[in-house]
Design a protein around this ligand. Structure first.
Ligand code: HEC
Length: 132
């Protein structure tokens, strides 16, 4: 890759689609479908999780999000782009865009026990997701 990882740290240096390619696609693949047994698909879960405060907290605090080199503004724009472009579900009315403040507040507390928390959150999500 011609660009260094550090090249995207300047605020607004790249549009969300490019930040996704540089920072996330290696694990999550181009369409967010992930890799069986290693990286879960977010094609349904991202919308479902984003619909509750606890789910949004989870999304912002997973290691790939909380610890990316992107600014909080770029991270908010990236998650909003992912919701619209990598999801099989419609974003329900009333689900707010991610904001810079929201990211800033939560990302400094990375999650522990990610797997069990994800399972619990999606078990109680509506509509019931057929999970990967
Ligand atoms: C090194 C591989 C890797 C990279 C790079 C990565 N992720 Fe992840 N991501 C994961 C794994 C694995 C999970 C499942 C939770 C966990 O174990 O951390 C995950 C979970 C997530 C989730 C929660 C979705 C769900 O259904 O649980 C979101 C949202 C997410 N990542 C966004 C991102 C974004 C945005 C980036 C880029 C800034 C990124 N990830 C970079 C591996 C990665």
């Amino acid at each position: 890759m011609a660009l260094s990882w550090g090249a995207s740290t300047a605020a607004g240096a790249y549009p969300p689609a490019v930040n996704y390619q540089l920072q996330c696609m290696g694990c999550h693949l181009a369409d967010g479908s992930g890799q069986p047994g290693r990286v879960p698909s977010m094609r349904r879960s991202l919308v479902l999780l984003s619909a509750t405060p606890e789910g949004r907290d989870f999304v912002i605090r997973v290691p790939g999000v909380a610890q990316s080199p992107l600014s909080s503004a770029d991270t908010a724009a990236l998650l909003n782009w992912m919701l619209k472009n990598l999801s099989d579900l419609q974003i329900p009315a009333g689900v707010a865009d991610y904001s810079t403040d929201e990211i800033q507040k939560l990302r400094s507390h990375p999650l522990v026990r990610v797997k069990s928390l994800r399972a619990r959150l999606l078990r109680t999500a509506t509509p019931k997701p057929p999970l990967p």
